[in-house]
Design a protein around this ligand. Structure first.
Ligand SMILES: *[C@@H]1O[C@H](CO)[C@@H](O)[C@H](O)[C@H]1NC(C)=O
Ligand SMILES: *[C@@H]1O[C@H](CO)[C@@H](O)[C@H](O)[C@H]1NC(C)=O
Length: 269
């Protein structure tokens, strides 16, 4: 398990809990006004639950104890998080995807988004990895979207993660944040934030169907816990992201196909 460095998680949990300047142009969501997704790499559920820090986080929020990756290896899982579909991507090789993805739906409603990638060279960089090999394209689904990669007024929202500190200082953290750690590190009142910490895929390739790709995922935020329950054992997968976000901001549907099997997170629990 590549979890040597929890500093970034601690930092992100911190930003979720501080107050952001309320920006009048923000579109209010039904359940949250900002969502931060942090994706760690390759660990199965049982391994993750043995980690004291992840266990601690689970107790701070809502553990989704029956959450599944959708494929092996990594890349299709990332694609699924913004397309509700693997979109024909079944390997870690560079592959370009045609059609709309979550950022298109967000932009349509004027909802700001940014993908913060550790060690990303910037400027629409679309090679498979940075020179130092710390950034990898397979963990950046946004750059594989033709409609984003080929448009300089859109790919500017894929940034090096160093930018986050400045965005916090400036009060310009967007409403949708996707955060990919590098290969080593793998709101107030109405301004609610919501964080999802998940893994791309389980480290187990051979597993029973019911336990397939079982991974740790936790939701954290002031509005997550309506009750004292800290666990939701409903069946979820990476396909659940898009419908959860669509539902929150009443976005139009992507209609990518696999979303038939997607269930939004139950925000009423
Ligand atoms: C590029 O993106 C901008 C902003 O979303 C959009 O207005 C423009 O039409 C896009 N250009 C092309 C060629 O799709
Ligand atoms: C959601 O959006 C549709 C159109 O896209 C609109 O007809 C409907 O009234 C909206 N619902 C809410 C609750 O805003």
């Amino acid at each position: 398990m590549v979890l040597n460095n929890f500093k970034i998680l601690t930092f992100l949990i911190f930003i979720i809990n501080i107050s952001f300047l309320v920006n009048a142009s923000q579109l209010k969501g039904t359940h949250f006004d900002r969502i931060i997704t942090i994706v760690l790499g390759n660990s199965n559920y049982e391994e993750s639950m043995k980690d004291p820090y992840l266990l601690y986080l689970a107790n701070q929020g809502m553990l989704l104890s029956n959450y599944h990756g959708v494929w092996h290896p990594s890349q299709p899982n990332y694609i699924a998080m913004i397309r509700a579909s693997k979109s024909g991507v079944l390997t870690d090789f560079n592959q370009d995807v045609e059609g709309a993805s979550l950022p298109d739906l967000l932009e349509e409603k004027g909802i700001s988004w940014k993908a913060y990638m550790e060690n990303y060279p910037g400027n629409g960089f679309s090679e498979s990895h940075s020179d130092d090999k710390l950034y990898v394209r397979k963990h950046n689904p946004f750059i594989s979207m033709n409609q984003i990669r080929t448009n300089s007024s859109r790919y500017i929202y894929i940034v090096n993660a160093d930018r986050l500190k400045k965005d916090i200082e400036d009060g310009t953290v967007p409403q949708y944040v996707f955060y990919s750690p590098n290969m080593v590190n793998s709101g107030h009142d109405t301004d609610l934030s919501y964080a999802i910490i998940t893994f791309d895929e389980s480290s187990k390739y051979l597993d029973s169907l019911t336990n397939y790709n079982h991974i740790y995922t936790v939701l954290i935020g002031p509005n997550v816990l309506k009750s004292m329950k800290h666990e939701d054992n409903g069946w979820y997968s990476h396909y659940s992201f898009v419908p959860t976000i669509e539902q929150n901001w009443n976005l139009s549907a992507l209609g990518t196909g696999d979303d038939a099997e997607s269930t939004p997170f139950d925000n009423e629990k």
